[in-house]
Ligand binder design. Sequence first.
Ligand code: PLP
Length: 414
Amino acid sequence: MAVPEKTLFDVERVRADFPILKREIRPGVPLTYLDSTATAQKPRQVIDVMDTFYRRSNANIHRGVHTLAEEATAMYEKGREQVASFINAQSARQVVFTRNTTESINLVAYTWARANLKSGDMIVLTEMEHHSNLIPWQLLAQARGLRLEFVPVTDDYLFDMDAYRELLALEPKLIAFTHMSNVLGTITPAAEIIRLAHEAGALTLLDGAQSVPHLPVDVQSLDVDFLAFSAHKMVGPSGVGVLYGKLPLLEAMPPFLGGGDMIKTVHLRTFSTNEVPYKFEAGTPAIAEAIGFGVAAEYLANIGMDAIAAYEHEMTEYALERLAEIPGVTVFGPSAEHKGGVASFVMDGVHPHDVAQILDHDGIAVRAGHHCAQPLHEKYGITATTRASFYIYNTRADVDKLVEGIYKVKEIFG
Ligand code: PLP
């Protein structure tokens, strides 16, 4: 899909919205930010709305009648509406604010799963899960005697549909899977996986930490039961994430954390729960962050998620082509057709951390390590990769800098 940058959106205008991109890492060394898979940078629109909130309207929400409390509540709930609209939820009530993807997945593990699963029941995950979609289920499996099974990654780094169909025949209760691997970049065929799960009588939880920021994700057309994602990976602030759920499921689930706001009535020995989504939002939430999240979602929607996906696809193709030219570099992941804007690689004879450190000298920010996907690295017999990742503000020039930097690493290591 070789679409010229300009026809998709004006990348230079987007870049101008991100103050941090003007930063020099050292005098004369500009920042080349290639670590958006870990966290994305923030546009002035998000920074400004949070700044304005604190300067003009800061108050606690839902429990005051004064003007500031009403303004804060309205802004917080507007954030929820904006995020709900971004994923095409039928109702904003289906958007529960959490701290992040990790907390959203834990919420499902501690509430829906504890209420509905019993010893011997099976949950299906994949080999390419981030630890946040692995450990909550391991903890639950240990506590409840559940069985965990894993859809393998194929030799060409894809979700193994045949193995999945075989696992479905064993009647699992839940399929919890990533929509986009943060290491391989593999985009899983979520709609098909969900359709087959439902046919087999299983519910689905989609880890959208990497897909919601980069692809159009429509919860109604996917028909997904639960979706988890984080604001900070989609140009929003850290400290806030979402659990989307189908309303009847959320309504039937017991609460997660107990405390203020999640209750309707309280007596010394009993309480009744508040309505969804407040039932799951105990205590004072991340108010400014939810407001910033709404603006971040709107910012991406204004560019257009189809345009963003096409732009990143084009850049990923270019990056894979350029990296393939470098002798001794191995990139893990499928062809660009099935891949988001992530390039995790190893270099012969150089530790991934050394690669990242040398690139940093030239202002190039990449990540090195297991990227919270240790089992996946184990599968390939490695402990770490260096990962470059791309977003709306990156350009081909950034890819070129990365490639130049890698040649420098080669020179240094002979
Ligand atoms: N899932 C995937 C695929 C991720 O890439 C990440 C973070 O990198 C997470 C889950 C966890 O996100 P958070 O740390 O925001 O909870």
